[in-house]
Design a protein around this ligand. Structure first.
Ligand code: NDP
Length: 494
């Protein structure tokens, strides 16, 4: 089989890496190497940032009016929609998630470009009142410049859209560093946006390779005006520290250990369905996976029995098949991580209600699968209840009172999402207000929109993505003072 070689995408065209070295791309289902991506370094980061900076300062993009930027984002939305199947297939080949999930995601991406495209010509400053006679003061809301966007492997193009759409609407330019495991879709996306949507060269650049190499070079680059990062805590912290050296703003969308609180009065059938899909959808490879279920002691037996029954029906297999619910684990390293976490739970005395082991590839191949796993008898201080697994593992923890449930939910380093399952409307509002989480779902789990802010409390992140206000994170404000008097105020002898 021939191997595809993918170059970086810089200044509107393919650019081989300065070092001439590449990284293999493996399909996690077939376990075959289908291609290779550039292993970029600081020289490639420099070339991409320079191209972006030229586009920002001198290129056609710098002369786009706000309505023209809006129209460009709508054109980008149309091109994504027209290529949704192709882009989804590329993502499945790299991360092993099901085609139906990735296609669903890619089909929603145009909504982000349309929403922020609609906002492009609604960014305005104000004429401000002033107490100084003969003075006028107004504000200009200006783009920041080159934004470094660093993205993970689980939802590559969707998470890029969360950053790129508002950044471009505000007039910025981008250098994207996708995950080393899923770079192909961002490269194809950049090519399509330039060739079919007409995005000027240099506005969107993609450099591939390792986070510790080209990712670190970008976050530390003096001409990067902001870093927008999605990934794990370790990489996020490194990006934050590098940007701090240059006093640049950073947004971080990181991981979670999100709880679902199941109260005694909940509809347990709906709770079981919502929680099973909230953890095992995407094979648990989702930042907001509901990986802890806090269940009232009186509901425990019924809830666990139904959750186990539903989990037993989940089908593992070929991610391209419509009959598959969970594809293979994305990488061997992630498989090892999941199995390590399962090992902690067993060692700490949790009870395996279902799963807890690898599953051999149903097609007889070498793809790595982990059985959807539910542990009961978990206490919140066990490692399985504290660390993000990023795999199909649910920890079930009992509680007796509402106060205890809230305390357990909040007793976490993370604070990304939370679910509340109850029919008591007063409790809904009390508990939603008390939870330390960026998103709270009531009698459902997961779901979101470009219209609504998403992000984390505590170590789940900094800042929000989505919603109208966040476009301000890609703008800076200039205050302009005009002297309308005939003479300037002069304090010294004339
Ligand atoms: P990683 O943090 O390993 O990687 C994310 C990105 O950061 C990759 O492109 C990676 O490069 C890069 N990176 C790593 N180290 C550095 C560094 N020192 N400097 C600059 N860039 C760096 O996360 P994963 O890809 O494994 O994704 C899973 C994580 O992402 C989970 O923790 C998950 O919860 C989180 N996530 C959060 C979301 C949210 O919106 N809150 C959404 C989706 C995922 P490379 O890997 O190529 O070396």
């Amino acid at each position: 089989m021939s191997i595809e070689t993918l170059a970086n995408f810089v200044d509107g065209r393919g650019c081989p890496p300065a070092s001439g070295t590449y990284l293999d791309c493996e399909n996690p289902y077939s376990r075959t190497v289908w291609g290779r991506i550039a292993r970029s370094d600081a020289a490639d980061a420099e070339a991409a940032v320079s191209a972006a900076r030229r586009a920002f300062r001198e290129g056609p993009w710098s002369r786009f009016t706000a309505p023209q930027r809006g129209a460009m984002l709508h054109a980008m939305a149309d091109v994504v929609a027209a290529h949704a199947e192709e882009l989804a297939r590329i993502e499945v080949r790299d991360n092993g998630k099901t085609y139906k999930e990735m296609l669903g995601q890619v089909k929603r991406i145009p909504e982000w470009y349309r929403f922020y495209g609609g906002l492009a010509d609604k960014i305005n400053g104000a004429v401000l009142p002033t107490e100084k006679p003969g003075q006028m003061n107004y504000t200009l809301h200006e783009p920041l410049g080159v934004i470094a966007m660093i993205t993970p492997w689980n939802s590559p193009l969707m998470l890029l859209a969360w950053k790129l759409a508002p950044a471009l609407a505000a007039g910025n330019v981008a250098v994207v560093k996708p995950s080393e495991f899923t770079s192909a879709s961002a490269l194809r996306f950049a090519e399509l946006m330039t060739q079919e949507a007409g995005l000027p060269a240099g506005v969107l650049n993609v450099v591939t390779g390792l986070g510790a190499e080209v990712g670190a070079a970008l976050t530390a680059h003096k001409d990067v005006a902001k870093v927008a990062f999605t990934g794990g805590v370790t990489g996020g912290r490194a990006a934050y520290v590098a940007a701090a050296e240059k006093l640049r703003p950073v947004s971080l969308e990181l991981g979670g250990k999100s709880p679902n609180l199941v109260f005694a009065d909940a509809d347990l059938e709906q709770a079981a369905r919502g929680i099973v899909s909230g953890i095992f959808g995407s094979g648990g490879q989702s930042c907001v996976a509901g990986s802890r279920a806090l269940v009232h002691v009186s509901a425990m037996e019924t809830f666990v029995a139904r959750a186990v029954e539903l989990t037993g029906k989940i089908r593992l297999g070929d991610p391209m098949s419509a009959d598959t619910d969970i594809g293979p684990v994305a990488t061997p390293a992630q498989f090892d991580r999941i199995m390590t976490c399962i090992g902690w739970a067993k060692k700490d005395g949790a009870t395996t209600a279902i799963g807890g082991a690898p599953v051999s590839d149903p097609s007889g191949g070498e793809a790595l699968f982990v059985a959807p796993t539910i542990f009961t008898g978990v206490w919140n201080d066990m490692r399985i209840a504290r660390e993000e697994v990023f795999g199909p593992v649910l920890a079930v923890i009992p509680f007796e009172t509402e106060e205890e449930a809230i305390a357990l939910a909040n007793d976490s380093d993370f604070g990304l999402g939370a679910g509340i399952w109850t029919r008591d409307i007063s409790r809904v509002h009390r508990v939603a207000a008390a939870l330390e989480a960026g998103s709270v779902w009531v009698n459902s789990y997961k779901g979101g929109s470009q219209i609504s802010p998403f992000g984390g409390y505590k170590m789940s992140g900094l800042g929000r993505e989505g919603g109208m206000e966040m476009i301000r994170d890609y703008l800076q404000v200039k205050s302009v003072w005009l002297n309308l008097a005939d003479e300037v105020a002069y304090p010294f002898p004339l």
